[in-house]
Design a protein. Structure first.
Length: 595
């Protein structure tokens, strides 16, 4: 035996030097060599293989393409699709023929053939391969209908043992009247034509960037390019294209950055809502230039980006205040067309207390007097104090209608200047792309992005410790800033005291009330100077209608001795003699017209 059964060849007889060699043993060795050579595979194909050849993980290399059914195929031949490729179909539109190479000798279930249609079918069709029988071509188990096969398109058929099932079409210009898909479909751009995806149930219509689980028409793009979401009749036309969103109770557009909602626009029966969900500002730009914004505190700014009242623009605060600043020219105006009447009305607790009206060419200030701000002169404020129920602050007591006198000392108001950095758009965290089980991208990767910030200068009135020029820690909207104390401009307003000179030529007006609304200057007060108001007269002082009044030197007024002349010291004229109010000290208020 030349081989031992494991492929190892060994010589039967061994010879030793110096011994006689037997003719029989030599011939026996040559016979074994001949038998071994006869068992080997010859390279020119003379040897017939008699058993399976285990390759032990090795492969045949540089092989040719198979050309017969009993020849194995090269990998390149399989990769190119030549095994299943049959070229352009012959025959007729409804009786197709294929001539694959190599030809097949019989049909077998599972056979796959791909071909280019030579014509468009007109109805039920058959397919003949390699001259064999002609099984029917079916689609989803049913006979073909006209147009299922289109000339020039590529198709794949699978033999199921009885008929050829039309499984796929490969064309950028194919027509389907009924497309049923199981699994994932990848389509090139512009590969689906028609009005819309309509009707039926799409359990998972999906490709990169598209996912639709709707059970009815979800998206419509009409012939004019208008987009409808939730409606098959979007608004607009070819000249004025529109996106129409139709919801059963409301409609909403949501804008996100890195999966975080930054803004939404929604509408319903109650109107429209704009929501800056991130808590940032809402900015309006025209031609790339900011024209208006609503900041994170709810303030409306037009033509400016900060609440600094020294910056040109309009500012309506969230707490109901309005500021209009213009570098040059009038910052506001009121125009009433058609007829005369009220231009502006002033109310307190929903009751109109005064108006500004127009009649012809005359503007009238009604139910009002002219006044000014006042501050107590240094060391000359009233000594009695009282704690206000309105804001809890302790202030000097001064009765309404008390006569005041000018002091040669200017009013001082302080402010703080500082700069703050605000975030106009939140930072975005980096995220990897999200892929489905087939490796298709369903959510794109997100690059990290720092927050958008903006530097804003603030100028805010200030009442607190410190002097002009000091740098202090100032808290604003929950943050602490380094702020510099500055003095507000004041050209003409002086401080006052209670008049202590009878016939006071230097009278300033009468005390009206403290300015409880100004948190930055809580000890400021209003001084009534000209027009209709009230003045305080002492107990026992008699006044008559038309009397001219002057300071009595104790904060009250009295009739002046000479009633025929309006003097420098003349304060007011009595217009009603009845008491409007009586104080605990017996002094009382009477109505006057102040000069």
């Amino acid at each position: 035996m030349a081989y031992n059964g494991s492929g190892v060849f060994s010589i039967i007889n061994q010879f030793i030097f110096g011994t006689v060699i037997s003719e029989t043993e030599v011939n026996q060795n040559f016979d074994d060599v001949a038998a071994g050579l006869s068992t080997a595979i010859t390279k020119d194909g003379q040897t017939t293989i008699t058993a399976n050849l285990p390759m032990s993980g090795f492969k045949h290399t540089n092989v040719g393409n198979g050309v017969a059914a009993n020849e194995y195929a090269a990998l390149g031949q399989v990769q190119s699709g030549a095994v299943n490729w049959a070229g352009t179909a012959g025959g007729t539109a409804d009786a197709l023929t294929l001539t694959p190479s190599p030809a097949i000798t019989a049909y077998a279930a599972g056979q796959v053939f791909r071909f280019i249609a030579g014509s468009t079918n007109t109805g039920a069709a058959t397919l003949t391969v390699s001259g064999l029988t002609s099984p029917a071509i079916r689609r989803d188990g049913a006979a073909l209908v006209a147009g299922n096969i289109v000339s020039g398109s590529q198709y794949e058929v699978v033999y199921d043992g009885t008929a050829f099932q039309l499984s796929q079409a490969y064309s950028a210009d194919a027509t389907f009247d009924d497309l049923s898909v199981t699994g994932t479909v990848s389509l090139p751009d512009n590969s689906i034509s028609g009005d819309k995806l309509d009707g039926g149930t799409y359990s998972n219509f999906s490709s990169t960037g598209i996912k639709d689980n709707a059970t009815s028409t979800a998206v419509t793009i009409d012939s004019s390019g208008n987009l409808g979401l939730g409606t098959t009749s979007p608004d607009g036309d070819s000249s004025n294209r529109a996106i129409t969103i139709n919801g059963t109770s409301s409609s909403r557009v949501v804008l996100k950055t890195g999966e975080a909602t930054t803004m939404s626009l929604s509408s319903g029966a109650g109107g429209m809502d704009i929501d800056s969900a991130s808590g940032g500002r809402i900015k309006i730009l025209v031609g790339g230039i900011e024209r208006a914004r609503i900041d994170s505190s709810g303030n409306l700014l037009v033509g400016k980006t900060s609440t600094d009242t020294g910056v040109q623009g309009a500012f309506i605060s969230a707490d109901g205040r309005g500021f209009f600043t213009r570098s040059a020219g009038a910052p506001g105006g009121y125009n009433r067309n058609t007829n005369d009447g009220t231009l502006i009305s002033f109310s307190q607790s929903n009751t109109i207390e005064g108006t500004i009206s127009v009649s012809g060419t005359t503007v009238s200030y009604n139910g009002a007097h002219l006044g000014r701000y006042g501050q107590w002169a240094t060391g000359q404020k009233p000594t009695e104090t009282d704690i206000s129920e309105r804001d809890g602050k302790e202030r000097p007591v001064c009765l309404r209608g008390t006569v005041l006198s000018n002091v040669d000392e200017e009013c001082v108001w302080l402010a703080v200047n500082f700069t703050r950095i605000i975030e106009t758009a939140p930072a975005v965290e980096a995220k990897d792309a999200v892929l489905d089980e087939d490796g298709n991208e369903i959510e794109p990767a997100v690059e990290a992005k720092p927050a958008d910030i903006e530097e804003v200068s603030e100028h805010i009135l200030y009442y607190g410790p410190g002097a002009v020029g000091d740098v202090i820690d100032y808290e604003f909207e929950g943050e602490t800033y380094q702020a510099t104390i500055v003095q507000e401009d004041n050209e003409q307003l002086n401080r006052v005291k209670v008049s202590d000179v009878a016939g006071d030529r230097n009278w300033a007006g009468v005390f009206q009330a403290y300015d409880y609304d100004d948190e930055y200057a809580p000890y400021d007060f209003y001084v009534a100077r000209k027009g209709d108001f009230l003045v305080r007269v002492a107990a026992g002082v008699t006044v008559q209608l038309g009397d001219l009044l002057e300071s009595a030197g104790d904060g009250t007024a009295r009739p002046q001795i000479d009633q025929d002349l309006v003097r420098v010291s003349t304060l007011a004229k009595v217009v009603m003699t009845s008491d409007r109010h009586v104080y605990d000290d017996g002094s009382r208020l009477i109505a006057v017209e102040m000069f």
